[in-house]
Write a protein that binds this ligand. Sequence first.
Ligand code: ASP
Length: 346
Amino acid sequence: MKNYIYLIAFLFAFTSCKKETETQAKETPIEQKKAEFSIIIHGGAGTILKKNMTPEKEAEYNAKLEEAIRVGYNILKNGGTSLDAVEKTINVLEDSPLFNAGKGAVFTHEGTNEHDASIMDGSNLNAGASAGTKTVRNPINLARAVMEKSPHVMLSGNGAEVFATEQGIQIVDPSYFFTESRMKSLERVKASEKNEVASFYDENIKDSKYGTVGCAALDIHGNLAAGTSTGGMTNKRWGRIGDAPIIGAGTYANNATCAVSSTGWGEFFIRGMVAHDISALMEYKGLSLKEAANLVIQDKLTNLGGTGGIVAVDKDGNMVMEFNTPGMYRATMNDKGELYIGMYKD
Ligand code: ASP
């Protein structure tokens, strides 16, 4: 009887040990493929051509993109959240006059600056956005406060500014956002005004005054986040709101799939629900992030007549930059600290 019990105990120990080895063997290659964390940014897509760029301007863009992404990289490397990485990285780009967000935002028809922004937390599908604000220095901070401190997803105009003030978010005089180069763009666009629709679209594209900023990140806790901030499009009017503050169009994040930030001709990104469409193709059709982004930007958006691009990271840390314009300011950093910066089509 005693020997029989020993035999059963031995067999039990043997099979559980075998089971563990099998499980490990199955899981190890997947684990090895995963990046601990990743971060990707854009500074807008458009007619960005080497022949139009001076070495000095190129160096300025490179330096700012690197400065911004390193902020997020350091947060992620130290175990911080993807939400913090996205917000703080975007702050650097918002504070730079090089990009069409925060300081350096494009001008509306009336000569004002109106900002749109949004942020999304992939761990719980929580999201926040602000639209048409004129005095909030860093609109991405307001978007995050809307997400975390209000029962709403999107606030706009004066109400959003009242909320921002109540939350202690920095308010500035509208003159803070003024830049000479963006004013010149507005004057150029207005001077060439043939009819309202043609000038709005043609001149924005010719003038390549996209330049929205965005960021997507995966943190070591496995959480994805994305955010986007913009001044919109030059000569916009009637309180026009673009895709940047629209969850699913300009920004989307879902731990089950990916995190996406868009830039380009906003009306088409809204109609195509670009950011969410990429996630949906992964979720429902099992496409990889690369396949989904390629299909949405190169086929669906292009066929619709839209121009622009996206940056995205999936739940395994794979990063994708997809655009159908001549260029897109962009940068990536992986968990090994490898940095990539690009502007033109490779
Ligand atoms: N998507 C932005 C908008 O339409 C513009 C941009 O990306 O630069 O407002």
